[in-house]
Design a protein. Structure first.
Length: 167
């Protein structure tokens, strides 16, 4: 269990990737882990589109400043959720599982915001998403260029943000 806690502390956003494909089996494993994320009332509103076509990834990366980390990614997993009471929470939980599963496989990742971004409709159109689907996130995936991409970086001290009983 200690290894799990260390692993959780080491996950980082990666924005520079090697020019190396990710095996399809690993991408499937990452999505498989995502479907086990917590979901309100077990609705499971999520759908996942895995994009490996370099031209389509480039189109996604050109949609705005937030999408730039997709440039050079080997793959992108796009998380959609059916419009439901807790679509954003459920989709965000699935996104976290994707980030952690990628790290466990030695694959770098970067969460790119979806919901409420101006490019939502463009992403939906590019990927032919049904009208009831809400874009939650796009996750850039690839093998990190940086050798120590998963090293622990400084974070706020626990005593600065932990409160007991009241703020």
């Amino acid at each position: 269990m200690e290894n799990l806690l260390k692993f959780l502390k080491e996950r980082r956003s990666v924005r520079a990737f090697q020019d190396k494909n990710i095996p399809k089996e690993q991408l499937q494993e990452i999505v498989d882990v995502a479907r086990f994320a917590p979901t309100a009332r077990n609705v499971q509103p999520w759908e996942f589109v895995v994009v490996t076509d370099k031209e389509k990834i480039a189109q996604l990366s050109d949609l705005g400043q937030n999408a730039k980390p997709l440039a050079g990614a080997a793959a992108c997993i796009v998380v959609f959720c059916a419009d439901s009471n807790y679509f954003l929470e459920d989709g965000s939980a699935a996104t976290c599982n994707i980030l952690l599963a990628a790290t466990a496989l030695g694959i770098g990742s970067c969460w790119i915001a979806g919901d409420k971004k101006p490019y939502c409709q463009q992403v939906n159109a590019l990927l032919a998403a049904p009208a009831n689907m809400k874009l939650i996130s796009m996750i850039a995936l690839g093998y990190p260029q940086e050798e120590n991409a998963f090293k622990i970086t400084p974070k706020r001290e626990l005593k600065e943000l932990l409160h007991w009983e009241k703020f």
